[in-house]
Structure formats: C-alpha cells, structure tokens
Design a protein around this ligand. Structure first.
Ligand SMILES: Cc1cc2nc3c(=O)[nH]c(=O)nc-3n(C[C@H](O)[C@H](O)[C@H](O)COP(=O)(O)OP(=O)(O)OC[C@H]3O[C@@H](n4cnc5c(N)ncnc54)[C@H](O)[C@@H]3O)c2cc1C
Length: 523
C-alpha cells in the first residue's frame, strides 16, 4: 500500500486552460484534479523504478508503462539451470549498497525482499599466483608493486572521498581532474607495470572495456566497488529478478507487455502521441527508459525532435558487452578452497566468477559458478558455439577448479551486446547538466530520458537517474522545485543521516589495500 502522506506537496490543481483532453479523456483524479498521464517507454528496472517514484511523488499522475517484450526487468534477468531448476542470475548479479547513497538497499527492504551480503575481499588469481591477502600480494607482485599499489589506493581515497562517490556520475564529476584523463593514463601514475596490470585486471569485469576507452574517474569509481568502506555488495537469495518482479507487483499501474513503441509525435493539443504494438496513447509526458541504442530506433515525426534525440543517443552510446557463462556442477567440491561469494582471475583480461550455488556454504549439494566475461574477449568468444565457449572457460579455470570439467552437468551461455550491453562511458564523454541529460529536446520539457547510461551503468546509477527524472517531472507538474533527494524521501528511500556532508576520507581498517584481507584476518 502507498503511504499517500509521503507524496510531494503542491501537485497542481487544474492546469493549462483550454487544453482539450486526448481520446483517453484527460484523466481526472479524485478531488477534481486533472491527472497527468505519463507514458513510460521500457519496462526494465529504470522504467519500473520511475513508475514507482512517480506513484509516490505525483499523487494525481496516471502512469502507463509500455514494455516491448513478454518479460519485465530488461537486463535484470533470472533463469533456472538443471533438472532441479535452480534459480540463477544471468544479468545483474550483485547489487550495490553505496555508503551515503543507500537508496537501492532501501528499495529492496521496502519491497520486503531478503538480502545476502557478498564478501568484498575475494581471492585473485594473477600471473599463476593465488592471492588471498596482502602477504600473498607482495609475494605475487613483489614488494615494490605492493608499495606502489598501496600509495595509489591512498591517493584514490584522498581524491575521491565517499561523499563524492555517493554522487558518482552527477554533473559535478565533470569538474574532477580524473574526468579529463583516461583510466589508462591514471593507471600509469601507479608507477609499477605489474601493479598497473593487476589493477586493470581487477576492474575489467565491471568496466568491460580497455582502460584507454574510459575516463580515469569512471575507472576509479568501478575500482572503489571493491572498497568495503565505499560500497557493500549484496544479492537477493533466490534471484535478483525478484527485485523487478516485486517492483512491478507493487505498482498501481498495470504494465503493458508486447507493447513495443515504434513512433512518437506531437498531437494537435500539444500532448505527445505514443504509438506501440498495443495502440496509441496520448501523454502529458513521456519518459524514455531505454538504453540509447533502443531509443534511437524509435521514429519521431518532427525533424527537430528527431535530430535532438539522435544527438542525445549519440552522446550516450558507448556500448560494450558481456558473456555470462553459467555452469552447474554435481557437487560444490570447491567449498573449502574457494569459500567466497566470488573470485577474480586474470583469464579473459580479468573475469569475475560468482558462486551462485543454492546453498552457498554446502559441500555436497550442487554448485553453480557464473563467469562474467567482459568487453573484447567476450565479443570474440560470443561468435563461437556455446560448447566451444564452455570449453574455453573450463580451460581457463584456476587450479582449485581443475576437475570442474568432469563434474559439469548443465551449462548456459548468455550474450549481452548492443542495447542489451552496458555503457563504458555513462554520462558520455563530457558531463551534461541534469536538464540536458534528461530533457534533451529544446521546447519539449515533457519528453524525458532516463536509464543507466546517464550516470553509472548499474542499478544504483539507474535509480539515481530515475530519481532525477521524477524530480524534473515534479517540477513540471507541481508547484515548486524538487530535487532527486525529495523524490527519494517521498518514496521512502531517502536517508539524511547517511547523506552527511563530511568530506573526511573513510576510516582506515588498518589495511593498505582495502580490497584484500590482511594475513590471518580473513572473515
Ligand atoms: C550481463 C550484465 C551484468 C550486469 N551486472 C550488474 C550488476 O551486477 N550490478 C548492477 O547494478 N548492474 C549490473 N548490470 C547493469 C544493469 O543490469 C543495468 O544497469 C540495468 O538493468 C538497466 O536497466 P534499464 O531499465 O535502464 O535498461 P534495460 O534493463 O535494458 O531495460 C530496457 C527495457 O526497455 C525495453 N524496450 C526496448 N525497446 C523498447 C521499445 N521500443 N518499446 C518498449 N520497450 C522497449 C526492453 O525490452 C527492456 O525491457 C549488468 C548488465 C549486464 C548486461
């Protein structure tokens, strides 16, 4: 049930005199208000999150959500593997609880879903060494490399405090000096080639691109996912797709499936006419909750609008891809050797391997391992047959998994490219203002864009973008100005205490390398 008292104040009474309602009747809310009819294009996490935030924020709004496919959730996708139909995540596998920006965690909690934390100090396999703690790292990389790496992490903490990290991807980032250099340039400042290679490997699964193709700041922000004082990771037991399912169930609006939008035009009354496989809708506002490559394929009647949309999409299209390879083994024989929720290996330029076993601590029950192969190696492998891909993965498995091939009972390969891929340069090559990001068509403030390619290519970034989108919508349809924080608060996701303005570097844990356990201090 909605807590109506949380809605933002001042949602306007009757507006725009003389405006004639569309064929749908220009819906009237209770209390004689004209309801804003807002069409959301795309039923992935961004579209669903926007619908949720609108329903909490704009009490008179009528939301229409159009999804092209049968399934809601987009790149948050679950599946099952093996005869026992064990649930697995084939899209987004880890959720981020960012210190100072707890909105995603709070959404999961508000939806009544359970959370399971993921350990943030995993094992690394690098240059034939196994690295579990700082001592292993010094042995594998050498003392010099370890010293340079520690100095680099200190510098990262100093130049990217947690308060800034909590607002990663927002326009202020454009002024950060690391926005103006590539991540490859920044890695060079480490001053030790082995330490540079290790760092590039460590972050490759998240960045999904070579360091020369993204900014220094975006590289660092992805690295800081591994810093437990900046970010904690969790999953939803039974599958992360429950997040989108539960979100969809909690909405007042009923999303339309098989409703691919093909055409958007301005109607005579100034509203927007949205044509989809299920008919035509007239909208006071349209929210495009699509990756830019999908938005670019929609036809726009007016030339000027088409040009502006095309420019917006070009600015934000920096797609890279993933290949997720999931293997079911008869037993989780690696339980004693690889006890963490994931490990990182230097295979495929850097790959994260998630343990998605149904019983994460058991030894004798079936085990599931999921390789998230990223960027160029993923693109090359994706052209091969599934069996060949699996053979490559088994070849590249680290020593504790040497006998994996003989235990595999089922496999699944998912290809995530094009509009289903991720951006390696969210926000584009130069930071835009909120208005230019979300309302890129001059003279059409009611045409808004949102999605994970605008701030950060994650669910956290998508939620930031959704909150800002709804704040701009609230500004259009309400009396007064509202910020994204007001929207999050109205939706029960704000946390003022966590958003303190402290710029102190995070409290040190006595470790020089926060992504690693210290010798003998493994949780
Ligand atoms: C393999 C992989 C792993 C990932 N891992 C993580 C992770 O661990 N943690 C994390 O936070 N993030 C992760 N991400 C990123 C995360 O999945 C995305 O940030 C998020 O799902 C984006 O949601 P979205 O709604 O913006 O886009 P999408 O999920 O792409 O949703 C867009 C929706 O629009 C629909 N659509 C397209 N065209 C039309 C049209 N013309 N009309 C109507 N509907 C249309 C699509 O069918 C789709 O449902 C991962 C992504 C991938 C691909």
């Amino acid at each position: 049930m909605r807590d109506r008292d949380r809605c933002l104040p001042g949602s306007r009474e009757i507006r725009q005199e003389g405006r004639s309602p569309g064929h749908d009747g220009g819906l009237r809310g209770k209390a004689g208000r004209v309801a804003e009819r807002i069409v959301i294009v795309g039923g992935g996490f961004s579209g669903l999150a926007c619908a949720d935030l609108i329903e909490h924020t704009l009490p008179t709004a009528e939301v229409v959500l159009l999804e092209a496919t049968e399934r809601l959730g987009g790149r948050v996708q679950g599946a099952t593997l093996g005869p026992d139909r064990i649930p697995i995540d084939v899209g987004a596998a880890e959720l981020y609880d960012i210190v100072g920006a707890p909105h995603l965690r709070r959404l999961v909690d508000r939806l009544g879903l359970p959370r399971r934390p993921l350990r943030a100090t995993p094992t690394y396999f690098f240059d034939g060494h196994r690295i579990d703690d700082e001592g292993d790292l010094a042995t594998a990389l050498g003392d010099r490399a370890a010293r340079h790496l520690a100095a680099f992490w200190h510098e990262v903490e100093r130049r990217r405090p947690t308060t800034e990290y909590a607002r990663a991807g927002h326009p202020a980032d454009g002024r950060h000096p690391w926005s103006a250099c590539t991540f490859a340039d920044l890695l060079e400042t480490i001053g030790d080639a082995t330490a540079e290679r290790f760092t590039a490997m460590q972050v490759h699964s998240d960045l999904a691109v070579a360091p020369s193709r993204t900014s220094g700041l975006y590289g660092v922000d992805n690295l800081l996912i591994d810093h437990p004082e900046y970010c904690r990771m969790f999953t939803i037991p039974g599958g992360n797709d429950q997040l989108v399912q539960r979100l969809a169930e909690s909405l007042r609006c009923e999303p339309s499936r098989h409703a691919r939008v093909s055409h958007i035009a301005r109607a005579r009354d100034g509203r927007l006419r949205v044509t989809s496989d299920v008919g035509t809708d007239h909208a006071d506002a349209v929210v495009m909750a699509l990756p830019p490559t999908a938005a670019a394929s929609i036809a726009w009647e007016e030339g000027a609008v088409a040009d502006a949309v095309s420019e917006h999409c070009a600015h934000h299209t920096h797609q890279t891809g993933y290949l997720r390879v999931t293997l079911l083994a008869a037993t989780r024989f690696w339980a004693d050797d690889l006890a963490d929720d994931y490990f990182v290996s230097d295979a495929f330029d850097g790959v994260t391997v998630y343990d998605q076993s149904p019983e994460p601590r058991a030894r004798t029950t079936p085990g599931i391992l999921s390789w998230l192969i990223a960027g160029e190696p993923a693109r090359r492998l994706a052209e091969l047959s599934d069996d060949t891909v699996v053979a490559h993965v088994l070849d590249a498995a680290p020593p504790p998994l040497a006998r994996l091939g003989s235990c595999v009972t089922a496999t699944r390969v998912d290809r995530w490219f094009g509009a289903r891929g991720v951006s390696h340069r969210p926000g584009g090559p130069r930071a835009l203002s909120y208005v230019d990001r979300h309302q890129p068509v001059a003279g059409s403030p009611h045409l808004l864009f949102t999605g994970d390619s605008l701030y950060d290519a994650t669910l956290s970034g998508a939620l930031d973008a959704a909150a800002q989108t709804v704040a701009l919508l609230a500004g259009q349809f309400s009396v007064g100005q509202f910020g994204a924080r007001d929207v999050l608060r109205a939706a029960g996701l704000g946390d003022e205490a966590a958003l303190s303005q402290s710029t102190e570097p995070p409290r040190r844990r006595g470790s020089d390398l926060p992504f690693l356990a210290r010798p003998g201090v493994r949780a």
